[in-house]
Design a protein around this ligand. Structure first.
Ligand code: HEC
Length: 147
């Protein structure tokens, strides 16, 4: 097998991978169930959350062009599925009061530890990176909701 064959096989595998598509249709977003709507979040808070968290934690995911290209598409979809499973701002009203409290605590913790948004995401979406000010603003808002 020479180099040409290897290249052909690799290209063939990449082409075949494209057959496995991901679903980029967002589940229905019901405004009455949405966190920002329910809490009447101020516009600046809504702006930060939508830009930095809603792609993975809501039904308002904006899929970039490479969402169509495997294997990037698979990683992206996995993050969105896991993100929504752990925390979904679009179905906030479905959480019990206790669950909402614990989610708010989780959010404050993730923000304080700078675990969210995921690094792999902010590498590409630099606008989603939280500044110290925007992080503090979010923490302040979630604390306020706790009271
Ligand atoms: C690129 C996708 C992505 C973005 C953007 C993102 N997250 Fe996440 N988030 C995840 C994934 C995946 C998990 C589950 C795995 C983990 O904990 O790492 C998660 C988990 C969480 C959890 C843990 C929930 C639990 O039950 O413990 C919280 C809280 C959270 N994210 C908050 C946020 C906040 C707040 C933002 C915005 C500042 C954000 N995330 C942005 C993908 C994302």
């Amino acid at each position: 097998m020479n180099a040409k064959h290897v290249i052909l096989i690799v290209v063939g595998i990449i082409v075949l991978m494209q057959v496995i598509r991901i679903d980029t249709v967002n589940p229905e977003a019901i405004p009455e169930k949405d966190f920002l709507n329910i809490t009447q979040a101020p516009p600046e808070i809504a702006q930060i959350l939508t830009t930095s968290c809603y792609d993975c934690h809501s039904h308002h995911t904006l899929y970039p062009w490479y969402a169509q290209i495997a294997p990037a598409s698979w990683f992206l979809k996995k993050h969105i599925n896991e993100g929504r499973k752990n925390l979904n701002f679009s179905t906030w009203a479905d959480y019990t009061a206790d669950k909402q409290i614990s989610k708010k605590e989780d959010i404050i913790e993730e923000l304080e530890e700078q675990e969210m948004p995921l690094k792999s995401y902010t590498l590409i979406h630099s606008d989603a990176k939280l500044t110290d000010d925007s992080r503090q603003a979010l923490i302040g808002w979630f604390r306020e909701l706790e009271e």
